[in-house]
Design a protein around this ligand. Structure first.
Ligand code: ACO
Length: 265
């Protein structure tokens, strides 16, 4: 998905709140009156948060204010007027293919950093998580959801494909057949199904969501930071490697760990 020019608007103007408390950063989609609809400015601000994340941060929580996690892309993009300062689909449709793909790549930067090995990202998802909202939840390492959650990959119903980095994690989590079912029907996935198919790690009531995320963050912070980073790197690479390659990667990471912990200088 894409917008017009990459405006360097403030995080607040981009519809976000951002707080860092020690090792935990919290990003809140904060346009509840528009169900946290996302614009190109939202993705640009997300990318800037990722670029400037303080080194001490180990956990990034992504959550939504109001009744929905996010209703996806701002539907004004589909109108001739578009989003003020950011264009519309009809304006960006005039771009040549290279410029067009560069725009999408810029938008994807807002999502990709959430998978960095140095952090664990947790999406706290309640209410609707539609289109770009679903993909933002998929960009995170873990999803803890409220029992009212409704995921929907709406893009194919609107003539589009999901392009905000969501297709790979969706397939990795639920398999190709289930991903085809979810995307090509654009149907809603509720909390029970999300848990059953592996989209959500845990389902709690809406009132318990914040505490459940805090508890998970505390558990994740209880392990050694460098070991956690190296282990996430190993796990992320596992699907793309043969057993032989993976065991070699384990040896290399462990050698670095043991040296860091026990080498006498
Ligand atoms: N873009 C812009 N504004 C939106 C969006 C959106 N995606 N979603 C909701 N809003 C606005 C509504 O226009 C309304 O504004 P208004 O009060 O000024 O009229 C306000 O948010 C509240 O919306 P309601 O529809 O009244 O809220 P409700 O809680 O009943 O429904 C729901 C929520 C289900 C999320 C509904 O708003 C909806 O279906 N939104 C559109 C979802 C969509 O198709 N997103 C695009 C997906 S594709 C992609 O992301 C790439």
């Amino acid at each position: 998905m894409l917008g017009g020019s990459a405006e360097d608007v403030s995080i607040k103007e981009a519809g976000l709140r951002y707080e860092v408390d020690g090792e935990i950063a919290t990003i809140t989609l904060d346009r509840p009156e528009k169900r946290n609809a996302q614009t190109f400015a939202t993705w640009s601000a997300l990318a800037r948060i990722g670029d400037n994340l303080p080194e001490q941060v180990r956990i990034v929580v992504v959550q939504g204010e109001g009744p929905s996690f996010s209703a996806g892309i701002d539907l004004r993009m589909f109108t001739p007027e578009g989003v003020p300062g950011q264009g519309s689909f009809s304006s960006v449709a005039q771009l040549d293919n290279v410029s067009f793909e560069q725009r999408i790549e810029q938008a994807q930067q807002g999502f990709l950093w959430l998978r960095r090995p140095e952090i664990v990202s947790i999406a706290a998802v309640h209410g609707h998580a539609i289109g770009a909202g679903f993909q933002l939840a998929l960009a995170c390492d873990l999803r803890i959801v409220a029992d009212d959650v409704k995921f929907c990959m709406k893009e194919p119903a609107l003539g589009l494909v999901p392009d905000l980095t969501g297709t790979k994690p969706l397939v990795d989590l639920v398999g190709t057949a289930k991903a085809i079912d979810i995307c090509l029907t654009a149907r809603f996935v509720d909390a029970e199904e999300a848990f059953r198919i592996g989209l959500a790690e845990r389902v709690v009531s809406g009132a318990e969501l914040t505490q459940a995320v805090r508890d998970k963050a505390a558990e994740l912070l209880s392990t050694n930071r460098d070991a956690a980073t190296a282990t996430k790197r190993l796990l992320q690479g596992a699907r793309g490697r043969t057993l032989e390659e993976q065991t070699a990667a384990e040896r290399a990471e462990q050698a670095a760990r043991i040296k860091a912990l026990f080498a006498v200088s």
